[in-house]
Design a protein around this ligand. Structure first.
Ligand SMILES: [Zn+2]
Ligand SMILES: [Zn+2]
Length: 182
């Protein structure tokens, strides 16, 4: 959604296919526009709930088990100044917002590796919700809630054993490389 380069989405899809060992990951390369009426000009942000509804429609029209939308916009949710992403918990629908994942947002120079690491963490996090997981108290589990970009950088791109076990109950096999070992 928006102007997210397709190369990043394709890279992300490859990583997700690695992470979820028994899943088939497909990229739908059609560029979507954020829903009309979701933009709040005073905030300069989109209302995440409306974007998530759009993702839910996409899931329905494609017939996939889970849909992840990568949106190069800034979004908020009532009561929150911004969100890095949002999901319908257990509903197979997730969105990641990439604007605040870019070092440039914080006045720094571009850093592709760092940006992609953040993108992958947030995708694993929101998809975890989409598959039914809540937030995790383990400080380095990817399902740990992140209040800001420092907290995104502090957690790993791996699921703890508890979260991986719950994913398995939902039918998702997490590859070893994406599992916390302790
Ligand atoms: Zn979360
Ligand atoms: Zn966990």
């Amino acid at each position: 959604m928006g102007d997210e380069p397709l190369a990043h989405v394709a890279w992300l899809a490859d990583r997700l296919a690695e992470a979820y060992a028994n899943a088939v990951v497909e990229v739908y390369s059609s560029v979507l526009s954020p829903p009309r009426g979701a933009y709040d000009p005073a905030r300069g942000q989109y209302l995440s709930e409306m974007v998530l509804d759009e993702a839910a429609r996409l899931r329905q029209s494609t017939g996939v088990d889970a849909a992840l939308v990568v949106a190069s916009i800034d979004a908020y949710s009532p009561g929150l100044n911004f969100v890095f992403g949002q999901a319908m918990v257990g509903g197979g629908v997730a969105v990641v917002y990439t604007r605040r994942l870019r070092p440039e947002f914080y006045g720094l120079g571009p850093d592709l590796a760092l940006y992609r690491e953040r993108l992958l963490k947030e995708a694993l996090h929101e998809l975890g919700h989409a598959f039914g997981l809540g937030h995790c108290a383990n400080p380095v589990c990817v399902m740990r809630f992140s209040n800001n970009i420092v907290e995104v950088d502090a957690k790993s791109m791996r699921y703890c054993r508890k979260c991986a076990a719950r994913l398995l109950e939902a039918g998702i096999v997490v590859a070893r490389k994406f599992l916390l070992t302790d």
